[in-house]
Design a protein around this ligand. Sequence first.
Ligand code: MLT
Ligand code: ZN
Length: 458
Amino acid sequence: MDERLCHRLEQLLGATALPREAALYQACARDESNLGSYPPDAVVVPADARELALLLEFAGAEGVPVTPRGAGTGKSGGALAVRGGIVVSTARMNRLLEIDEADLVAVVEPGLITGALCEAVQERGLFYPPDPASLLSCSLGGNVAENAGGPRAFKYGVTRHYTLALEVALIGGQRLSLGRRSTKSVTGYDLVGLMVGSEGTLGVISKITLRLIPLPMQQQLFVAMFDDAVAAGTAVTRLVTAGVRPSAMELLDAQIVEHLRQSGRWSARGQVGAILMVELDGPEEGAVERLERAAGLTESAGASEVVVATDAGRCRALWEMRRQVSVMLRDACPHKLSEDIAVPCGALPEMLRRLDRIAVDHQLEVAAYGHAGDGNLHVNILSPEPLEPASRDAVLLAIFRAAISLGGTLSGEHGIGLAKRDFLPLEQEAGQIAVQRQLKRVFDPQELLNPGKIFPDA
Ligand code: MLT
Ligand code: ZN
């Protein structure tokens, strides 16, 4: 902590915005990326957009780096203060300002926990679909900054598809109101689209207007067992080709199921090569036929067994199990590497085949799970010890090259941040990176906002 800097900020913003607890400073030095500890010089927790803008004005005038922080659940190091300076936390800007049932919008502050919004709108018969696994602890500002997805993105899309308008503050203190409350607006450049997924490098979000949709009437879930992950991936492409549109299709490979079993979360007997969790939703009318058709197609696509979750409690337990996979793996393998490549859905079986080969070639345990309908796999390297940098980079390079050569991407949902910035040129040509660097300088000419993220060092 830089006491002098904290003191000056306290004079500007008051004592409540400058908590000094050591535990807070320790927490703000890390996120869930496992990329190490970057202690900030000051942690500022503004009460509102006015204080946030004052802080950014100060930072611009003094040339101090600022790193925005939501709930710290990010996986790519986006919230790490790699150049020191100020971490600005949105924890106190966490109000649900409005739910409007006629306009079908919710207006929130960035620190609101995603699950709290989901629950509040559900009580009014409305639905906010983006559902990252960490939805009970992540914040909506972080979701917007990272363009978060989740299992239901397959049918309903990601955070970008629900973000209508944003209020943001720029380094220097300028405040911008972007987008409109109306579902449609094509006026001018799509600056909301640019902000969503910009990983806190362009502006700091102070207010978000989100689109809501009616709550689906009926949800059903079945679990299908396969001999291996490639067979499960092949079934996914078959279902998609047949026009089945589940609200989620989650794949868990054999290693993941084994870890679930060992941790007491999966109790069914017998060897399982891979699991697909398929959730369907829609009107009550036709629900039985919908379920029968999807389950039948899954069986004829190669499932050895299909088990329908017959009651709401069982569905909740299965989703809880799925949401805990990442935490479970971290507990079992603290040194794991966790990736989130995505490929076009039709390339999913081939990507899974290539992962098998990569595991053999690099003699590492490679486990995969994730949002199969989106071709978005969380590929985990489960090594008992930290890998040597050369072996780590070699296996990551092999995974990224496989995904990109199949038309896919380095990151389907966790962002580039610090974790993958050196790999960006694998996916994007120099000209595209240069244009993005120029855009960054339009918003932040001194390169003070979340520096050291997304782009490799020049
Ligand atoms: C998930 O889908 O479980 C998360 O996005 C993956 C993770 O936490 O690694
Ligand atoms: Zn995920």
